[in-house]
Structure formats: C-alpha cells, structure tokens
Design a protein around this ligand. Structure first.
Ligand SMILES: [Mg+2]
Length: 386
C-alpha cells in the first residue's frame, strides 16, 4: 500500500490590511462616500513558505485593521492550507464580540487569502479546490448608480459600447424621490440605452438609511419593471422585512433578489427555508469568505434559489467571485462595478471582456490574479505590506 503523503504545513507569519482610499466610486447612499472614506480593505497573509495570499473585505478599512488586531493571535502560526478549519476556529472563538459584524467581515478577507495560498501551494485554481469547474467563462453585469433619465441613458450606452451585455442600475433617486413616473422614466431610459438584447436588473437599494417605502410600493414597482423586461428586482424592501419579502416573491412578476447585507451562513437559513428570495446575493467579502459562501450557495441550490454573488468590489473580490462562479451549477453572472479604479486599476493584467461581453475565469493557481504594487500604491498609504 502506498504511504499517504500530505503537504507540509504552510505557517502564517504575518497578516496585514490595506485600506483603499481616494477614488471609491459613489455608493448612491443618502450619506455619500467622501474621498477620505475607505469602504474596502485588501488583506495579505504572509507565510513561512514564501507564499502570500490575498483577500478583500467590504467595510471601512479601519474596522478591518481593528478586526485583524483581534484575530491575529488566533491566526499566527496556523496552517494556511486549511482555510475552512482555520476560518471556523476564528468564528468559534470570537462569537461573543459581535458575530456577523466587523470580525466576520475581516474573517472573509482572511479566508479568501488562505484559499489563494492553498491554490498557490498546490498549483490549482480555487474553483478546482472547491470541487470542480462548471464553466470557463461568465458574464459580468455592469453595476451602475441610477441617474436622471437623460444621463442614465448616456451612462449605460457608454458601458454598452465598452462591451458589457448585462447591466444593473440602482440606488440614486429611485424610490427616494417619491415619484413613480421618474422611477419608470429612469428604467425606460436605461432599457433604451442598452437595447432589447442586453439584460437589465434593478436595485432599489432599500438597505440605505431610512428607506421610505413598504410592500405596496414594491408590488406596484415590480409590475412596472415587468414592462421593461427587468431580470430581477433587488432590495425592494427593508433588509429585515422577511415576511414582506416572502409575500413580494410570491406576488411579483419579476424575480426578487436580496441578501447582500446578511452575513454568516446561519443568518441565511430562515431566508432560504421560508423562500424569501428567487435569487440570493451573498457577498463573499462580507459573509465569512469562500468557506462560508460555498455552504450558503449549496443551501440555496437545494432550496431551488438562484445564486448571484453581490460584489461592490475590488479586483480581488471579483477574482473570488469568478472562482465561485466556476464552481457551482447554474451561475451565469458576476457583479462588476462600472468604472472603479479598485477593480480596473490594481491588477498586473486587468480583466478583459470578450466579444460576447463575458469574462474568462482565471485558471492559474489560487485566485489566479496578480496585484500590481505600483498601481496599488495610488490607493493605499502602505502598499509595502503587499
Ligand atoms: Mg444591491
């Protein structure tokens, strides 16, 4: 009988977070992001094998740095080749400090970085480590903020000309102006700007502060969206209104999407078992990373609910989303912010759309992408940690 072999441990010696500043795209939030605000942090995990793994966290970079201070003692010396075990150790030992919040967000970036290391150590892309590849390409949908109708038409047409063939418009004046004719005019303008052949999705962004509408508005609006062949209606209700989401899903002629603010796999259980969504949108840079998201996606699949990852993102977050998109059946889209320097401007080889508006899923080891430190230096004060 052959002697079983195993890879020697790859020990974590250092972990660091780099907050991104200066050119965060507008969020469309009622309290808009300023240049000095950070809403993303990149994570780097250094090991004694000389392999470095990278991850991304969607939160204020100062929180990610504080989260790392708490998590570091649990992480240093750990074997980076065991992402699921190590991530679960972090969850289990910190639940009393507010599970689901900053620590869960920070663990997300750590977990993604450990999967990157496992891939680099074994020479395999993360998708293969997750169990296999269902596809080599996936369509990015270009995520854009709502604008007044004339501007909206020009903005989406500009990205259509760049090769995108799926679009999501959201937030901005939609619903917030209390003008249903304006809401419809924005959606009509977007449909005109991209033509009948491109996919269009609409995001009310009801997880914004003090969302003013309820179930009746959402039902009326869903009827309107049907007329423009909108593929899903996202965050149409306040993020905790689970009963209304269940009712809306059953009444709406267009699919209902949501879940971007949920974190931890356990939080998704009632939403999935009660059938609150047609499409679930966990964010791999918030929910707990790839280890957590893969379990959420399988749970969703078994409940007959589609998975389309949320990603108001960095290039490393997109890279994780692409690996996830490869590894599950029925995944046809990834979110891609239109015009974000943190997505388009930090990789050695930026993502490129093919002639069908699709992205090729990287098949190099780990996440399959490489950070360009000189480019990154424009957006973070201390790129040296990378
Ligand atoms: Mg959204």
């Amino acid at each position: 009988m052959p002697t079983p072999t195993r890879l020697a441990p790859v020990r974590i010696v250092r972990v660091a977070a780099a907050p991104l500043f200066g050119e965060s795209p507008k969020g469309g939030w009622s309290n808009e992001i300023r240049p000095e605000d950070s809403i993303h942090a990149l994570i780097a995990i250094h090991t004694d094998a000389g392999i470095t793994g990278y991850g991304s966290v969607f939160t204020d970079g100062r929180l990610a740095q504080a989260g790392l201070k708490v998590l570091e003692p649990l992480l240093i010396g750990e074997n980076a080749l065991e992402p699921e075990r190590v991530t679960e150790k972090l969850h289990q030992n910190t639940f009393w400090m507010g599970r689901g919040g900053t620590l869960t967000h920070t663990i997300s970036g750590i977990d993604i970085a450990m999967w990157d290391i496992l891939g680099k150590a074994t020479g395999l892309p993360v998708s293969q480590l997750l169990g296999g590849n269902y596809r080599t390409k996936v369509k990015p949908y270009c995520s854009l903020l709502m604008e007044e109708p004339a501007l909206m038409r020009d903005v989406v047409a500009g990205y259509h000309a760049k090769g995108f063939r799926a679009f999501k418009i959201g937030w901005g004046p939609f619903g917030r102006a209390h003008d249903t004719r304006l809401d419809e005019a924005i959606v009509r303008a977007a449909r005109e700007g991209i033509g009948a052949d491109s996919q269009l999705f609409v995001d009310a962004g009801a997880s914004d502060a003090h969302w003013p509408h309820g179930l009746k508005w959402a039902m009326r609006t869903a009827e309107m969206l049907k007329d423009y062949n909108v593929g899903w209606f996202e965050e149409a209700l306040k993020p905790d209104a689970i009963d209304d989401y269940c009712d809306l899903r059953r009444a709406s002629p267009v699919p209902i999407a949501g879940g971007e603010v949920l974190t931890r796999r356990q939080s998704f259980m009632p939403w999935l078992s009660r059938g609150a969504f047609d499409i679930i949108q966990p964010d791999v840079t918030k929910v707990g990373g790839i280890s957590e998201q893969r379990r959420i996606v399988w749970m969703a699949q078994d409940h007959g609910i589609r998975y389309v990852g949320h990603g108001w993102n960095t290039a490393l977050g997109v890279a994780a989303d692409l690996q996830m998109a490869a590894a599950f059946p029925g995944v046809d889209l990834v979110e891609f912010i239109g015009g974000s320097p943190y997505v388009d401007g930090i990789l050695a080889e930026p993502f490129v759309l093919d002639e069908n508006g699709d992205l090729t899923i990287p098949d190099k080891p780990g996440l399959g992408v490489e950070i360009d430190r000189d480019k990154l230096a424009k957006y973070t004060p201390d790129p040296g940690i990378f």
